[in-house]
Design a protein around this ligand. Structure first.
Ligand SMILES: C[S@@+](CC[C@H](N)C(=O)[O-])C[C@H]1O[C@@H](n2cnc3c(N)ncnc32)[C@H](O)[C@@H]1O
Length: 266
């Protein structure tokens, strides 16, 4: 694990107690070739995973531009940074519509980014590669198709028992829209990147039943909210999800796929 073998002596390690972003960032770092003096463009940077870590790696002769669509996230990241690592900059930008004047970088990274490249993910990746230097590497991660499938099947079964056709159709559409590892490979291949590597690392997410599941810090505010959004009637959503939460044994272990897309610009 990078957190154990790579974080020693670092001022800006990946946070050990982040049980979602950090495991994804660890998989990203397994594939990223990072060296001192490099310029890095980190997309969907949130509050700085892995931008802070990367800034420490490239050092003061390098530079890291980290962008996020959310002003609040950018403000959070800047507050964490304070006056440190002056070669790292957080800016508010949409990674799907980058300004032409944005320079090219030696590396592009994006931890937990690919799902937010919608609706036209290929065009968004094309736009990113336009800002990669020749000989540069891009490494993106995301939870790929297959993530938490046992949970989705269980929710679908509960919807079916209650004859909820509209909700089932919405859930099906949501699931079909998720990007897959194969799709990711196809984008990099079509863009003629070389040394393409697409790998999935399973990540088991532990949960208890009932409220522990319904208010799980990692699932709520993300995946579970997506399930609730399939319902017009939130009372009904509560009823269905409560039944699901009482039956966690039927869909655990909950497994996410940490997909890493890596490719080099010729
Ligand atoms: C799951 S978080 C990942 C943040 C960070 N990389 C991490 O690993 O913790 C995804 C981030 O993408 C940002 N985001 C969503 N759509 C975006 C877009 N179109 N352009 C830039 N950032 C975007 C969100 O605001 C959010 O901070």
């Amino acid at each position: 694990m990078i957190e154990e073998r790579g974080n020693k002596g670092l001022h800006w390690p990946l946070p050990i107690h982040d049980y979602w972003s950090t495991p994804f960032a660890e998989s990203l770092l397994l594939h990223l070739d990072v060296c001192s003096g490099a310029s890095i463009f980190d997309i969907a940077s949130g509050h700085g995973i892995p931008a802070f870590y990367l800034a420490e790696q490239v050092g003061s002769t390098g530079q890291v531009l980290a962008i996020d669509l959310s002003e609040r996230q950018v403000e959070n990241a800047r507050a964490i940074q304070g006056a440190l690592l002056p070669w790292l900059r957080f800016e508010c930008l949409d990674m799907r519509a980058l300004p032409q004047e944005l320079p090219c970088f030696d590396r592009i990274t994006g931890n937990l980014s690919v799902m937010f490249l919608r609706p036209n993910r290929f065009d968004a990746v094309l736009g990113l590669v336009g800002h990669l230097n020749p000989g540069g590497q891009m490494v993106l991660t995301f939870p790929s198709l297959g993530t938490f499938d046992s949970l989705w099947r269980r929710i679908d079964r509960e919807m079916a028992v209650h004859g909820l056709l509209v909700e089932r159709r919405r859930l099906e559409a949501y699931l079909a829209e998720r990007p897959s590892a194969e799709e990711g490979y196809g984008w990099l291949d079509k863009l003629r990147l070389t040394r393409i590597v697409v790998t999935e690392y399973p990540l088991t997410v532990a949960t208890g039943p009932g409220q522990a599941f319904l208010h799980h810090p990692l699932l709520r505010g993300g995946f579970l909210d997506d399930a609730y959004e399939c319902f017009d009637d939130q009372g009904l959503a509560d009823e269905i999800m409560t039944r699901v939460s009482e039956d966690v044994e039927s869909f655990t272990p909950l497994i996410a796929q940490r997909c890493v897309l890596s490719g080099w610009k010729p």
